[in-house]
Design a protein around this ligand. Sequence first.
Ligand code: GH3
Ligand code: MG
Ligand code: MG
Ligand code: MG
Length: 297
Amino acid sequence: MKRSVILIVDDEISNIEIMNATLEDTYEVCFAMSGEQAIDVARKVLPDLILLDVMMPEMDGYEVCQTLKNDRMLADVPIIFTTGLNDQEAEARGLSLGAIDYITKPIQPISLRARVRNHIELKLLRDQLAELAVTDALTGLSNRRRLKQTLDIETARLARTGDWLSVIMLDIDFFKGFNDTYGHPAGDRCLVLIAAALKRAVNRASDLAARYGGEEFACVLPGADAETARKVAEDIQVQVQSLAIPHRGSTVSSYVTVSVGITTARCLPGLTADLLMSHADRQLYLSKTGGRNRIVG
Ligand code: GH3
Ligand code: MG
Ligand code: MG
Ligand code: MG
């Protein structure tokens, strides 16, 4: 299993040595000896936990903590203050800035190890929970929540970049009939296979494939113009065809097929995620009424 990464920040090398000796057998440890360096290293390595000295020349630990908490990528990284300041107000200030714990020096190795272990465990659970909240349980694709988040981010980005953005929506043809013929568990297995086919076709790092609803899926393709999106949609259909899942209840094929709608946009005044989705949905509807098992867009 991947080892968790801990960033130790302290302007005194002897403190770093004690903490490192306590933690290095269990964790990946990295260091910084000033506030500025701490922020640089944190942005580079995205640690799972930060042990942060309060008293440092120039930028002190409180300032570092505030900077990290204002950084979207780092705001959720737990921070434990380590300090020689043994006073309640200093402790309360650290905790009110968002630190998760406060340890006074001299460092007690056994207690340091126990606290770090507990906080790392909580951090990993929080990460898992955050991932679950945006994942579809049946197929492992992104769920509707992550789809919405991604679309909001990408439509906002269009205004800055002037780039293309495409959205593909697809819906399994006669899926009710599939369930009726083969049973609901077989329907579930079919959804899992279609999701896997979708992942094969939508595979650029910036692309997103999501389960939108029951047997409907949506893909977000940042930077994709109409031609690129069309190629991806064709690849989706090829991947679905190559699954060759028998479907007696379909009138368009003896295998499971999908209908596909595509929309492509550049920065337009008033463009929103909802508008894009409703246009893609409209294209999908035209694909259904046009005979199914086809691409419109
Ligand atoms: P069309 O070609 O017009 O899309 O017809 P359809 O039968 O696919 O469309 P309809 O919307 O009438 O039916 C969708 C079906 O999808 C109904 C529902 O039982 C099934 N479904 C939705 N979610 C799930 C699921 O999680 N598992 C299974 N097995 N079936 C599901
Ligand atoms: Mg210090
Ligand atoms: Mg449907
Ligand atoms: Mg359907």
